[in-house]
Design a protein around this ligand. Structure first.
Ligand SMILES: [Zn+2]
Length: 313
């Protein structure tokens, strides 16, 4: 059985595992991410790989990284939440472990994992939207991961959905992730609570104050019927649906997969996203509707996808 190692590197932790050719994880672990120190990062990844490779017969290593990865899948050009700038991670880790290494954007790796072994199984055209603090994306077209000319494709969160809208960390205004992410959900819930405290009794009880409201409070309050929290989810669903309809106009996928932390509360908004998507889609009534599914693999999708991409390198 051909085994690989998948590594999913984020701003706070590194998840890793030994992945088999059915997407199964034979052994897994977590390490603290030395996000501010590229040298230490390469050493930590190599450490983890060498430890696993001593116990398993592995043939390659796939690294999913939260950053802009070049088209040769070798260099991380830039990472908003990590210290990487033009970082030759493939070469550095490859020299330390003596195995073939591929580096992939983390949202691409996650999309690939879901496409191969999760909610996208059996589909050929899949768009994966990771709804967390921001919005990440991965696109599979005709069974191939779409990277773009320079490896920078599928940065879905930065479609400028609202001209002149809310400022985004990327330097532009009105990006999709400023309206349809976990942070926008929280911001709207807080605004709603501020504007109408009587409609936010659960939110305010859970948070102690408007400032004290956290993401998990919004979900919990919505489940208890809190109007301010439900309105925030309704707004999230509308913006998500708008972005998906725009993506369908360009890419015409068979299915969308909603992943990321916010997808854990999909029971509160997925049906509304489906309805609004059907109502906004261009050519509606005269074309099949893409399925809108919830991710199945949770936080494992990234490392399984990275390991699988290393096998298929
Ligand atoms: Zn942006």
């Amino acid at each position: 059985m051909a085994l690989t190692i998948g590594v999913d590197v984020g701003g706070t932790k590194i998840a890793f595992g030994v992945v088999d050719e059915n997407g199964g994880i034979l052994e897994r672990g977590l390490r603290h991410s030395p996000a501010g120190d590229p040298e230490k990062m390469a050493l930590t990844i190599a450490d983890v790989v060498n430890e696993l490779a001593a116990r398993h017969e592995v043939e390659a290593v796939g690294i999913g990284a939260a950053g802009f990865v070049d088209e040769t899948r070798s260099v991380i050009r830039f990472a908003p939440n990590l210290a990487w700038r033009e970082e030759p991670l493939r070469m550095k880790v490859g020299e330390l472990v003596g195995l073939p290494v591929v580096v992939e954007n983390d949202a691409n790796a996650m999309a690939w994992g879901e496409y191969r072994y999760g909610a996208g199984r059996g589909e050929s055209h899949v768009v994966c939207v990771t709804v967390g603090t921001g919005i990440g994306g991965g696109i599979v077209l005709g069974g191939d991961l779409y990277r773009g000319r320079w490896g920078m494709g599928a940065e879905l969160g930065h479609m400028q959905t609202v001209p002149g809208g809310r400022p985004c960390g990327c330097g532009n205004n009105g990006c999709w992730e400023r309206y349809a992410s976990g942070s926008s959900l929280l911001a709207e819930a807080k605004e709603n609570a501020e504007a109408d405290p009587a409609a936010a009794t659960h939110l305010l009880r859970l948070g102690g104050s408007v400032e004290g409201i956290r993401g998990e409070h919004v979900t919990e309050a919505a489940r208890l019927g809190d109007r301010a929290a439900l309105d925030a989810f309704e707004s999230l669903a509308g913006w998500l649906a708008q972005g998906l309809a725009d993506l369908a106009a360009i890419l015409d996928p068979g299915c969308f997969i909603l992943g990321g932390g916010v997808s854990g509360a999909a029971d509160l908004f997925a049906d509304r996203v489906r309805d609004e998507f059907a109502a906004r889609l261009t050519g509606r009534g005269h074309r099949p509707l893409a399925d809108i599914r919830v991710a199945e693999m949770g936080p494992s999708a990234g490392l399984v996808g990275a390991g699988d991409l290393a096998r298929l390198r």
